[in-house]
Structures are given as structure tokens and as C-alpha cells.
Design a protein around this ligand. Structure first.
Ligand code: SAH
Length: 251
């Protein structure tokens, strides 16, 4: 019998054997009407703190559903400390950025307004929902935090000591990505991607001069912001993160 659950849900409540977990209306609707699950069905739950658990659908009503938590399937484990700073872009692409950042292991997401950012508002609630769905789907044990949008200046003014800023530099001012990442070290890092219009020349010059910046070149083609995020995160995870290569091995 295949007992691997088809549904994986993120919940806020604490998880532990024998605990009851109430789902809200939207999650219950998804579970009962989209996934067509019913009482007795086992699903997987995680909350970003207590690992992953199997839970049985216990009671269902019009307003929600209650689950009974059974056994733990995975303990909580450490994940990379990797931030993504991104200029808000149009709806379809910002959604892709958040979804792919979630799948590729970003821990914190910061929408930042740069000089050429066209979008003036960010729907944080929608982005958080996308981040949750991405974690549910890719079997992550945590959900990246989506922070409130702020200006890039404000973000840089409060920059934490010791965190490298990987600047995705479309102006050719960066080092080839594999080489730059191989030299990065294993401290905390953040990746910064610009908007559709790119960084302003003066902005890029100032960013390149920051003591904690590491300008990176993703190649001779100008990528869309969402493509640049996926490319940079994949390289980061291959070289510095999930499949960390010993220093010097790529040189
Ligand atoms: N309109 C701009 C391009 C912006 S692309 C222009 O023509 O110059 C959006 C963002 O993706 C850039 O700000 C940069 O952060 C990133 N990016 C795109 N291509 C890149 C490359 N080849 N190397 C590094 N970063 C890149």
C-alpha cells in the first residue's frame, strides 16, 4: 500500500503526535474539494519548526476540517541562510521570482525599490501565499519570509555585518559567476537583482563599491529579472549551498 501522502500543507500551529490541528476554510476547501480527500485520508503537515508529520483527516464541516497528527516523517533540519533582494517587477514575473526562490532554498525575501523600479506597490499577502505553496510542493520544511517592501537605500543602511551582497551586475562589472561563488566563503549571503529597466548607472557604481558587495556576471546575455534569479540561485546552490564544492576545485 502506498502511504506517501499526496497532499502536503503548511500550518501555523505546533505539531506533535496526538495533537489536533484545525484547518482554515481555504485549506479545507483545497483538501476536500480540489484534492478530493475525505475523513481518514493521511496528509503531510509542516510548520517550519517541528519537522514534517503525517496527519489523518478527522472531522470535516462546511467551515473547515480537523486533522489528527500521527507520526513524524522528518525532523526539522537547518537550511541555508540565503536572502534574495529583488526589485518588484510585473505581476507574472514577481510571482515567478517568489515561487522559484522558494524552490531554490531562499530563506528571506526582500522586495526593494531601486531607481528604475516601475512598480510602486507590492502585495505581500499574495507573495506569502505563493511562497507557502512553493514550500508545500517542493518538500521544504520551512517557508521563506516575505518582508515588507522598502527602498534599496534603507535596506543597505541597516546592512548586517558579515553578510555578503551578491550583486547581479548586468553592466559587465562583475566576476564570472562560478569563479565569484567559489571564492565566496560559507558565511551568510544575499543576492540582489534589479528591475526590468536594470540598475541606474550611478546606482550600480555605488553598489559595486560597497565593502560587502560581490558583483557577479551571469554571462554575455541580458536576462530578465526572473531568469537572472533562477540562474543565480541555481549556481549558488551548486557551488556554495546544497552541493558545496571545496574551495579551489573550480579554478
Ligand atoms: N534593461 C536592462 C536589463 C535589466 S535585466 C538593460 O538592458 O541593461 C534585470 C536584472 O537582471 C538586472 O538588473 C540584473 O540584476 C540581472 N541581470 C540580467 N542579466 C544579467 C547578467 N548577464 N549578469 C548579471 N546580472 C544580470
Amino acid at each position: 500500500m502506498d502511504i506517501s501522502p499526496k497532499v502536503r500543507l503548511f500550518v501555523a500551529q505546533p505539531l506533535g503526535g496526538g495533537r489536533a490541528v484545525a484547518l482554515d476554510q481555504a485549506q479545507a476547501h483545497y483538501l476536500l474539494h480540489v484534492m478530493r480527500a475525505g475523513p481518514g485520508t493521511m496528509i503531510a503537515l509542516f510548520n517550519g519548526r517541528d519537522g514534517e508529520w503525517l496527519a489523518r483527516i478527522d472531522q470535516v464541516s462546511k467551515r473547515g476540517a480537523t486533522l489528527m497528527v500521527a507520526d513524524q516523517t522528518r525532523p526539522q533540519s537547518a537550511e541555508p541562510d540565503l536572502w534574495l533582494l529583488f526589485a518588484p517587477v510585473k505581476r507574472a514575473r514577481i510571482d515567478i521570482i517568489v515561487e522559484k526562490a522558494g524552490e531554490l532554498g531562499v530563506s528571506e525575501l526582500f522586495p526593494v525599490f531601486t531607481r528604475h523600479t516601475v512598480m510602486t506597490r507590492v502585495n505581500g499577502e499574495r507573495l506569502s501565499a505563493i511562497a507557502i505553496e512553493a514550500s508545500e510542493q517542493c518538500e521544504r520544511l520551512s517557508v521563506p519570509t516575505v518582508h515588507e517592501a522598502r527602498s534599496l537605500e534603507e535596506m543597505l543602511a541597516g546592512w548586517p555585518a558579515g553578510r555578503r551582497l551578491i550583486l547581479l551586475d548586468e553592466g559587465g562589472g562583475g566576476r564570472p559567476v562560478a569563479e565569484a561563488f567559489a571564492d565566496l566563503g560559507d558565511g551568510p549571503a544575499a543576492i540582489l537583482v534589479g528591475p526590468e529597466g536594470g540598475f541606474a548607472k550611478s546606482e550600480l557604481d555605488a553598489l559595486r563599491r560597497l565593502s560587502f558587495a560581490c558583483p557577479v556576471d551571469l554571462g554575455p546575455r541580458i536576462l530578465r529579472a526572473d531568469t537572472a534569479v533562477i540562474a543565480a540561485l541555481s549556481c549558488f546552490q551548486a557551488i556554495c549551498g546544497d552541493w558545496r564544492v571545496p574551495p579551489g576545485a573550480l579554478l
